[in-house]
Design a protein around this ligand. Structure first.
Ligand SMILES: C[S@@+](CC[C@H](N)C(=O)[O-])C[C@H]1O[C@@H](n2cnc3c(N)ncnc32)[C@H](O)[C@@H]1O
Length: 289
């Protein structure tokens, strides 16, 4: 595994690490630069400016350079017509990956789904600065509601080619199952899930690494016993999230257990240097019932 270059580390994460005014401070930092006119329309320069804030001012929960390169390589390979990200924050990944989609497939669209309207507003300003507004579409709302709304509006066409999961950890599996049920995730679709080591997402990894037989068995059990937030997520994590966004009910979805996945972990680093990884999952086919 590669080593982390400490000279590019973001500031430490600290107890409070977002939604304390730093997102708007970032906008002032970027738009207040003396060279602002030279970075307009240049996604690489805008990403660099966001990195500079994270390195010199305050930590930002961005995917960062190292894990970002893993997903950018995947985009170059898949050349998605439709790419969707769950969790957009201030637009770092939307700019980095939106530019990669535009390069790989000029007709491609990148949907960035973000629950927090303030973060989405920051993201919109930076995406516009990067000159990517024709490719990147920011959708405000909870990911499951946005997925359903965009599906019903026909925004995705037949399928999601590439999905980047980077939002509330318990929702990775339920949103994937929702996409499976809507047949947006189907043979040919590829998934890239962030933070599967830090803070970790054992239920998601178990799901995408399961065989069809194992998933069918789990569905039968779920139909008997129902589902909820997996007990492997700490109650502290769940309580903190509920304090911010209110009580969240996770839908009792069964997904499509017949989909055949091939999944592997690519180890890498958080922008702060902490070890993490991206799980890359390819939908290879579908078993008949
Ligand atoms: C780790 S950040 C995303 C970072 C971003 N992908 C990047 O690398 O630049 C997670 C984001 O997910 C958003 N989020 C959390 N739960 C969500 C949900 N259910 N639907 C949509 N967004 C959600 C949070 O508001 C936060 O902005």
């Amino acid at each position: 595994m590669a080593t982390f270059d400490k000279s590019k580390a973001y500031q430490d994460q600290d107890q409070v690490f977002f939604d304390d005014g730093r997102e708007v401070e970032l906008l002032h930092f970027v738009f207040g630069r003396p060279d602002i006119d030279s970075i307009r329309g240049n996604p690489t320069a805008v990403v660099k400016a966001i990195d500079e804030y994270g390195r010199t001012k305050k930590y930002l929960m961005n995917v960062g350079e190292d894990k970002g390169a893993i997903v950018s390589n995947l985009i170059a390979e898949v050349k998605p017509r439709i790419m969707v990200e769950l969790g957009g924050y201030v637009g770092y990944s939307a700019i980095l990956f939106g530019a990669a989609v535009r390069k790989a497939n000029p007709q491609g669209k990148y949907y960035s789904l973000e629950r927090n309207p303030e973060f989405a507003a920051v993201s919109g300003a930076l995406v516009n600065l990067a000159g990517l507004s024709d490719t990147v579409k920011i959708e405000v709302g909870s990911s499951d509601a946005s997925l359903k709304r965009l599906y019903e509006a026909g925004a995705f066409g037949d399928q999601i080619d590439l999905m980047f999961l980077d939002h509330w950890k318990p929702a990775y599996t339920t949103d994937l199952k929702l996409c499976e049920e809507l047949r947006l995730v189907r043979p040919g679709s590829v998934l890239a899930a962030d933070n599967v080591i830090k803070p970790g997402n054992p239920p998601y990894l178990e799901y995408v690494r399961s065989s069809v037989g194992e998933k069918r068995k789990a569905v039968a059990e779920q139909k008997k016993n129902g589902s909820g937030v997996d007990e492997r997520f700490s109650s502290k994590q769940a309580t903190m999230y509920e304090k911010r966004v209110g009580k969240v009910e996770l839908a009792n979805l069964v997904g499509n257990p017949n989909l055949i996945y091939e999944s592997k972990l690519i180890e890498s680093f958080e922008p702060s240097g902490v070890a993490d990884g991206v799980e890359i999952t390819r939908c290879m086919g579908e078993e008949s019932q």
